[in-house]
Design a protein around this ligand. Structure first.
Ligand code: ZN
Length: 491
């Protein structure tokens, strides 16, 4: 069909340009000389202008009208589903609203950083009011009479609703609060002590990436302030960071980003530079990073191998055997910061944000009451008070840049990872024997064949269902967490 071929050719060029824009962003965080920031801003704005013009290109509407989706094969229909949805989205948002959101969120990010540094919530609230108002307007335009917050979630996790997430999280919360309290009352493993030189950390970090199947021929690892993964297809780069007193930060950041990157590297080459050639949703993406990081790399079997690696990479450190090391890697401790949270507490941090932003978007919570609501909820779930705003309501950048509906995908990714781990363990019964040798190939091949290779072919929910053979639920994750941490803490 000529219209379909023309549309796909146009789409491929757009995807290619979008990859170039992404690589400019990667460069800015890793290699760019500091003095180039202003020019880079102009370069990225110019790229964004080109991409925006292509997104609203009138020819696309003509092609969409001319194409009969039913005459296409399964892959063609999936491509069309994605293209039609993106095009409809751009049509629903008035251009002046989109421009105002871009302007206000860029101001808000700077004001958030300053307010956080000064512990001054009041200084941030006026601009946050503006962001919330504009995002609600955008949500109303997208929802067309439906739920505003659902429309926002749909940008990150298509076909998921706030009601479904809310029910899932409400059921998880009491078990996680109880597990957290029980674990922190018990006598736990010691934290790691010592100094771990950067060069040796980075060498072992590269070894870990290779052990998890990261393809250095189609990627590279650099240092950045915040670890991230960038790109898709044949060029997927990651970053990591180093703290000399905390090698786990480097190692587990690396493995986490390797999970994201392997997903992108392993998508079927036939989808390269098409809408299906990217991870299907934020939740499914996070399921890959989390299963690599937690269910695999923090397992007792794999940490046994890692313990040996650490002993040959570093001088004496105060952990005497593999069992003790497993506890140290998985140690649960009080803390305010989501990004530093352990497996037991992480989802509680996410659920707090989900409930608050859902109330903000639904009009049930005013921006001026946000800090008090945050502090009340934190005390209820964690049992102690927030000590300062940078440890509380000002800790995350997300709301300042207008990311509403994004937080829940972190916890959903953990739920998906729990389901995938249960299915993987059934499919590969001797997995631990391999992990104990530092061999992850049976696990990563299973994930590649059953999930990663399919890219955006199916909806997020169907993607997980296809891999696991059943619809995702929170049961496997909660069972895994309770079993693991009751064992480590001797409960
Ligand atoms: Zn991630």
């Amino acid at each position: 069909m000529a219209a379909f071929d023309d549309l796909m050719a146009f789409q491929k060029e757009t995807e290619a340009l979008s990859q170039v824009a992404g690589r400019l962003g990667w460069d800015q965080e890793t290699m760019m000389p500091r003095g180039a920031a202003a020019q880079r801003g102009e370069e990225m704005a110019a790229m964004e202008g080109v991409l925006h013009a292509r997104r609203i290109e009138p020819k696309v509407a003509d092609w969409l009208a001319a194409i009969d989706d039913a005459s296409l094969d399964q892959v063609g229909q999936a491509q069309m589903r994605d293209i039609r949805k993106s095009f409809a989205r751009t049509q629903k948002i008035p251009a002046d609203l989109a421009a105002e959101i871009a302007k206000v969120t860029s101001q808000a990010q700077g004001q958030w950083a300053e307010a956080r540094a000064n512990q001054d919530v009041a200084a941030f609230l006026p601009v946050l009011e503006n962001v919330v108002r504009l995002k609600r307007e955008e949500g109303q335009a997208l929802a067309e009479g439906g739920d505003v917050y659902d429309a926002m979630i749909d940008d990150y996790e298509p076909d998921m609703t706030a009601a479904e997430l809310g029910a899932m999280f409400d059921a998880m919360r009491p078990r996680l609060v109880a597990l957290r309290a029980a674990v922190l009352e018990a006598e736990g493993p010691k934290p790691l002590n010592g100094r771990f030189p950067e060069v040796a950390q980075l060498a072992l970090s590269n070894k870990l990436a290779a052990a998890f199947g990261y393809d250095f021929n189609h990627g590279r690892i650099d240092k950045a302030v915040h670890p991230f993964s960038s790109g898709s297809g044949q060029d997927v780069r990651i970053t990591t960071r180093v703290a000399v007193d905390d090698p786990f930060n480097c190692f587990y950041s690396t493995v986490h980003e390797v999970g994201h990157a392997c997903y992108e590297q392993n998508i079927d080459n036939a989808y390269l530079l098409t809408p299906l050639g990217r991870g299907v949703s934020m939740g499914v993406h996070e399921s890959q990073s989390r299963i690599y990081e937690n269910q695999l790399a923090r397992s007792e079997a794999f940490t046994g191998w890692l313990f040996d690696q650490m002993r040959s990479s570093f001088d004496e450190f105060d952990v005497s055997n593999a069992r003790e090391f497993y506890g140290t890697v998985n140690r649960v401790a009080n803390g305010y910061i989501r990004t530093e949270a352990d497996e037991v507490q992480y989802n509680l941090h996410v659920m707090l944000r989900f409930d608050l932003e859902r109330a903000l978007m639904g009009g049930d919570l005013a921006v001026k009451d946000l800090e008090a609501a945050w502090n009340d909820r934190f005390a209820a779930d964690f049992g102690y008070a927030v000590d300062k705003p940078s440890n509380g309501v000002l800790q995350d950048v997300h709301w300042s840049v207008g990311l509403f509906g994004y937080f829940p995908t972190y916890a959903l990714g953990n739920v998906y990872a729990g389901c995938l781990n249960a299915a993987l363990r059934k499919a590969v019964p001797n997995l631990d024997a391999q992990l104990a040798q530092g061999d992850t190939s049976a696990a990563t091949t299973w994930l590649k064949d059953n999930l990663q290779t399919h890219g955006g072919l199916r909806s997020p929910r169907k993607t997980i269902e296809h891999a696991c053979g059943q619809a995702p639920t929170s049961g496997p994750l909660l069972d895994y967490l309770e079993l693991k941490f009751k064992d480590i803490y001797g409960l």
